[in-house]
Design a protein around this ligand. Structure first.
Ligand code: FMN
Length: 350
């Protein structure tokens, strides 16, 4: 496999700048490990069931019975900040397991958790130190993360992304250049990764040429064999069309995930009826999955090119469920092809 080299891949010592997002309910030990084994970097999410056991799964797949793990773990700030939050113990568990990186997002006091990570490193004498990734939705947040918290990697999340995000976030195509212009790589600023709606190697190539050091991919990986999403949920993503994913908080209301800032959404009462039935029947149109039913799930990447996300590459998804390795490989190879192809666009005057 060829490599794509950026400040980010050099920092982590990896072969391709593709990062699996920590996705509650989807990113377990298998998903995270396979992305790292394929040359990218995978994050576990504590929202997945049996977070503790997922470390054993990861150790077995990675063949690392003890010691540091070449994967990361992602935490939601507001979950850590709840009174007597069990997530604080999970953060400590991740650190004890020697994860290579901790990802933090959506909190009022992220600096406190970054401090906790750094104190843990100091006390344990960990080397290399745990890298801190922070996901941001604006230039102001990026400046605080870079200058106040001195994070190692910035993830610029655009409005198109799956999962939760700020309703004020610009499209990722605008946010990434804004962040890069406020924090030029030449100034020693942390590498910036693009997140939101990225589902193809061409997307990755486009963001590398904009100056990003890599891409964070979420929705695209929900379809991987190792994803914890159910078959019905995967079918719903495949069936998605352009316009299927709409950002709202309806999903949180459905699931009772309180704590997120209040928001306006779709007609929750109507959706509640449909989703209850749809999830039972495994109906892709109404099962508990797509972002059109709320903020907690698949994003715009579910409708790549106006078709189901995998339809172009895996027409019979039941027979051809891609593994994580397939997805990393496909994204990497297509990005290299696009980068090589674009170099011929530059010529001398005739
Ligand atoms: C199902 C799902 C769950 C997610 N859960 C989290 C999470 O727990 N923490 C977090 O910081 N981001 C979460 N995200 C957002 C990702 O970090 C990332 O910004 C997003 O997936 C990128 O957009 P994409 O899904 O279009 O690739 C989630 C995304 C999805 C699709």
């Amino acid at each position: 496999m060829s490599t794509i080299q950026t400040d980010f891949t050099r920092l982590l010592g990896i072969r391709t700048p593709i990062v699996l997002a920590p996705m509650s309910g989807a990113s377990g030990g298998a998903l995270a490990s396979e992305v790292s084994l394929a040359g990218g970097f995978g994050f576990l999410a504590p929202g997945v069931e049996n977070f503790r056991d997922e470390f054993d799964v990861a150790r077995s797949i990675l063949n690392v019975p003890s010691g540091p793990l070449p994967i990361g773990a992602g935490f939601l700030g507001w979950k850590l900040e709840e009174a007597r939050s069990p997530h604080v113990a999970l953060l400590e568990l991740a650190l004890e397991n020697g994860v290579r990186a901790i990802w933090l997002s959506f909190g009022e006091d992220l600096g406190r958790w970054i401090e906790l990570v750094r104190i843990h490193d100091e006390k344990s004498g960990k080397s290399p130190k745990t890298l801190v990734f922070v996901q941001v939705n604006s230039v102001d947040e990026a400046l605080i993360a870079a200058y106040t918290w001195k994070v190692d990697v910035l993830v610029a999340q655009g409005i198109e992304s799956g999962g939760h995000g700020s309703s004020h976030a610009p499209p990722v195509l605008n946010l990434v250049p804004q962040v890069l212009s406020a924090l030029p790589p030449s100034s020693g600023a942390p590498p910036v990764l693009a997140a939101g709606g990225l589902s193809s190697g061409a997307h990755l190539a486009a963001f590398l040429t904009l100056g990003a050091a890599g891409a964070v991919v979420g929705t695209r990986f929900l379809l991987a064999e190792e994803s914890q999403y159910s078959d019905a949920q995967k079918r719903a993503i495949i069936a998605a069309k352009a316009g299927s994913a709409v950002r709202s908080f309806a999903f949180d209301e459905l699931r009772g995930t309180t704590g997120w800032p209040a928001g306006r959404g779709a007609d929750v009462a109507r959706i509640k009826e449909q989703v209850g039935e749809g999830s039972k029947k495994g109906d892709p149109d109404t099962c508990d999955c797509l972002g059109w039913y709320g903020g907690g799930t698949a994003g715009q990447a579910s409708a790549r090119e106006g078709k189901g996300v995998t339809r172009t590459s895996y027409p019979l998804w039941v027979d051809c469920t891609p593994t994580n390795k397939d997805i990393v490989r496909e994204l990497h190879d297509a990005a290299v092809a696009r980068l090589e192809a674009s170099s011929v666009l530059v010529g001398d005057d005739a």
